[in-house]
Design a protein around this ligand. Structure first.
Ligand SMILES: Nc1ncnc2c1ncn2[C@@H]1O[C@H](COP(=O)(O)OP(=O)(O)OP(=O)(O)O)[C@@H](O)[C@H]1O
Ligand SMILES: [Mg+2]
Length: 389
């Protein structure tokens, strides 16, 4: 474990919190930050400052409190400060059970440059999935503006991340399924006659695959239901999942659907050997979203409408997580305020305060956050220096 992940001084004393919130964040060699410390409380955090100041980098740092590659999906070595060493960060997170210390960073020592080290309260968890058990982290970034216009992969990933907030094991299943999918592809190339081995891999894919689709469907349906209460001035989205496996789950019990998927994979070996993929499975599902009032697919809505639909989905997810876990997740909203009209912005702030969620809000114009006043903590970010306002 790199010494960089160790906290340089005693962590702040934190009583059991009413929300999951970062109360201290220490960065070293993280993007534009050589060393930075942020001492905060569970209120929302506003980061305002010019372009290139380091606002999104701070949100990215918080996103590493969740399993995975962070909100930029960067390679770990890209996060190293240029000219600096391997990045590390340390956070004190207030939770219902008291303060939890999280350290994470790129492995400084091993051969594996792309390995992320994680420590929770000084111990190394079996997998970084354990992070999801400490705090949920949900984000909305400008890159996601294209979510409805891109292929299904980005939408599946978006939904899967939301599922992790309820069931961290979903991440393990998705990783195991993808591993098995690649393994089957390799077998079809190298040992196409090995029916026993292929059968074993396909059985695993079918089991994981049905569990993955069922979890996605359950959350999409829950969000579809939750957005009905409390979108305020945001357009109400309808959402659901489309795909072959989804159709089976509509028509038959999960065990029968699992057998159907296993049989379909076995029957598809020859065709799949040619394409290198698999013709059926949860990797082909798609999340569809429609603007309910207009009865229009999200991809045909205006840019602002698409953003508002996404925000309504994310806020519904935060409400659901708050209900399921007893506390809402940490919410990272990069450059969201500037894209909303005043009515929607006010509603967003009201909702954030009503939920008691530690939302991290960025923007170039500090004036947009004035309505939050003392309900939030305001920082100016300029040239990688963060100062309270
Ligand atoms: N690995 C790195 N090492 C050093 N600097 C980096 C690294 N990666 C990115 N940067 C720089 O960090 C700076 C801040 O980036 P960031 O995305 O946080 O800005 P921002 O405040 O969100 O700006 P904007 O308002 O334009 O979104 C940028 O100038 C960027 O070039
Ligand atoms: Mg930014």
């Amino acid at each position: 474990m790199s010494a960089r992940l160790a906290s340089s001084s005693a962590p702040p004393a934190v009583a059991a919190a009413a929300a999951v919130a970062v109360v201290r964040l220490d960065l070293s060699d993280f993007r534009c930050y050589r060393e930075a410390r942020l001492d905060i409380d569970p209120r929302p955090v506003v980061l305002a400052g010019p372009n290139g100041a380091g606002k999104t980098n701070l949100l990215e740092a918080v996103s590493f409190l969740a399993p995975g590659r962070g909100l930029r999906r960067a390679r770990l070595s890209e996060v190293d400060r240029i000219g600096g060493g391997p990045w590390g960060l340390h956070a004190t997170v207030a939770t219902l059970a008291g303060a939890v210390e999280i350290g994470t960073g790129r492995d400084a020592e091993g051969e594996m440059r792309e390995r992320r080290l994680v420590r929770i309260d000084g111990a190394t968890p079996r997998s970084q999935t354990a992070l999801a058990g400490v705090a949920g982290v949900v984000w909305l970034t400008p890159q996601m503006d294209r979510l409805f216009l891109e292929g299904g992969t980005a939408r599946r990933r978006f939904l899967d991340r939301l599922v992790y907030g309820f069931d961290p094991e979903h991440a393990t299943r998705v990783a195991a399924y993808e591993h098995a999918l690649r393994e089957r592809g390799r077998l079809l190339r190298e040992r196409p006659a090995d029916a026993a081995w292929l059968g074993a891999v396909e059985e695993q894919m079918a089991g994981q695959g049905i569990a993955i689709v069922a979890a996605r469907r359950e959350l999409a349906a829950a969000i579809d239901h939750a957005v009905a209460e409390g979108v305020g001035p945001f357009p109400r989205p309808r959402l659901g999942l489309a795909g072959t496996v989804e159709g089976w789950l509509d028509a038959m019990p999960a065990l029968a659907a699992e057998e159907r998927l296993r049989a379909a994979l076995a029957a598809g070996r020859r065709a799949d050997a040619e394409t290198g993929g698999a013709g059926v499975g949860p990797h082909r599902s798609d999340l569809w979203v429609r603007h309910a009032a207009k009865d229009m697919p999200a991809e045909h809505c205006s840019t602002g409408e698409q953003k508002a639909l996404l925000l309504a989905i994310v806020l519904a997810d935060v409400r659901l997580q708050a209900a399921a876990r007893g506390v809402p997740p940490i919410l990272l909203l990069d450059e969201v305020a500037a894209h909303l009209d005043e009515e929607r912005r006010t509603h967003l702030y009201d909702e954030i305060l009503a939920l008691g969620v530690q939302a991290w809000l960025t923007g170039t114009d500090a004036a947009l956050f004035a309505p939050l006043a003392g309900a939030a903590q305001h920082f100016r970010v300029a040239d990688a220096v963060v100062t309270p306002r």
